[in-house]
Design a protein around this ligand. Structure first.
Ligand code: S3P
Length: 423
């Protein structure tokens, strides 16, 4: 994809549905009694992997122009799949499904693409095994994972990392466990599973960082409206902030407080972002308007990290165009995402002449230099590709983003929307 230096970005757009919520809507819809109509579902490759896996376990899922319709089979209604459940590039599918499969009466095998087979699964296997699950993985930590029928019991588990995927896997297994399951988080991570559980009638208590679930008899289907994904909106928030003259509005963006670290950080950097038309159902939603402004460097670390973990690559781009130094720390998790996102961003931003240094748990970016266009590798990682496309808009001279089709994992129409804004 050729990306040229951009004039002002202007217009009103929407972004595709939230990836995390789309996955959960299919999973919990499948386990519920009754029919779930999902509007705003993200038709990205990751969420389609989730649909495929549930279809393989006998769950009827219909995709129409307007919605995804899941015919729930109930908590104990999944069929044994024939062959491996293939999760593609999707960590959320793999880890959350692991929690569900741990409590089934059939055996199953989970695996995905080359990136998934490199991502750590021991963190999920460990608590599930403590609950009584029988799971084995390659080298005890990697896909393919084999799961065998087992009887689960509730546990109280302190997460070693603030990971919503890990938390959700334990809570999903808790649906099948004898007795209560408690999860204690080191810092709040996205709570979409907990909110959706409540909406479907599951008794779940949240007190600070302690979450307790009582195993339900049944889950009852409700219709789910998926808000726009703030992690996709993030690319335009940064683009609008760094490209001079820009003013753009993104409608219908999910602003669950466990996901809005990007807004806090961009505002602290001096970005001009306003929220309007706020509404709240199971998930809070609003319209976001961003205007270009001069950004300044900032320290990003601590409890905010899980609230913006997927936005750190594009925040690194914002930092490269900001005045002064930005330090990202406590973000070692970035190394085990779809790619090593610290190494990827440091290598690619360096090609533009940016002053970026990798650290053990993040990076240091000394911003404010005039950056020049480059040929960017994308590491098979959708968010790296989109972040570098945003960077290219504000560089001097044109750039190439290699293997741009990778954006289809979470945002198939990313480049079209960027063009519609004048990019
Ligand atoms: C997700 C949680 C995060 C995030 C991922 C989606 C989820 O991963 O990076 O894109 O839907 O629960 P971790 O929980 O592993 O940090």
């Amino acid at each position: 994809m050729q990306v040229k230096p951009s004039g002002p970005l202007r217009g009103v757009i929407t972004v595709p549905g939230d990836k995390s919520i789309s996955h959960r809507a299919v999973m919990l819809g499948a386990l519920a009694k009754g029919t779930t109509h999902i509007t705003g579902f993200l038709m990205g490759e990751d969420c389609l992997s989730t649909i495929d896996c549930f279809r393989k376990m006998g769950v009827p899922v219909e995709i129409t122009d307007k919605e995804v319709i899941v015919e729930g089979v109930g908590l104990h209604g999944l069929d044994a799949p024939e062959g491996t459940l293939y999760t593609g590039n999707s960590g959320t599918t793999t880890r959350l499904l692991c929690g569900i499969l741990a409590g089934q009466t059939f055996s199953s095998t989970l695996s995905g693409d080359a990136s998934i087979r490199k991502r750590p699964m021991g963190r999920v296997m460990m608590p599930l095994m403590e609950m009584g699950a029988r799971i084995s993985g390659r080298d005890g930590n990697y896909c393919p994972l084999q799961l065998y029928p087992s009887e689960l019991h509730g546990i109280s588990y302190t997460l070693p990392v603030a990971s919503a995927q890990l938390k959700s896997a334990v809570l999903l297994a808790g649906l099948y466990a004898e007795g209560q399951t408690t999860v204690i988080e080191p810092a709040p991570s996205r709570d979409h599973t907990e909110r959706m559980f409540r909406a479907l009638g599951v008794e779940i208590e949240m007190h600070g960082n302690v979450i307790t679930l009582d195993p339900p008899e049944d889950l009852y289907a409700v219709d789910i409206e998926v808000p726009g994904d703030i992690s996709s909106a993030a690319f335009y928030l940064v683009a609008g902030a760094i490209v001079p003259g820009s003013s753009l509005t993104i409608r219908n963006v999910g602003v669950n407080p466990t996901r809005t670290g990007i807004l806090d950080v961009l505002r602290a950097m001096g970005a001009d972002i306003t929220e309007s038309n706020f509404r709240d159902n199971a998930e809070p939603v609003c319209d976001l308007t961003v205007k270009h402004s001069v950004l300044r460097g900032i320290q990003i670390g601590g409890d905010i990290i899980p609230r913006l973990i997927d936005e750190l690559p594009v925040l690194a781009v914002a930092a490269a165009f900001a005045q002064g130094e930005t330090v990202i720390r406590d973000a070692a998790e970035l190394k085990v995402k779809e790619s090593n996102r610290i190494a990827a961003m440091v290598a690619e931003l360096s090609k533009t002449g940016a002053d970026v240094t990798e650290t053990a748990d993040g990076m240091v970016i000394r911003g404010g230099k005039q950056l020049r266009g480059a040929t960017f590798e994308t590491y098979g990682d959708h968010r790296i590709a989109m972040s570098l496309a945003v960077c290219a808009l504000a560089c001097q001279g044109s750039s190439q983003v290699l293997d741009p089709e990778v954006v289809a994992i979470s945002y198939p129409t990313f480049f079209e929307t960027l063009q519609s804004l004048g990019g």
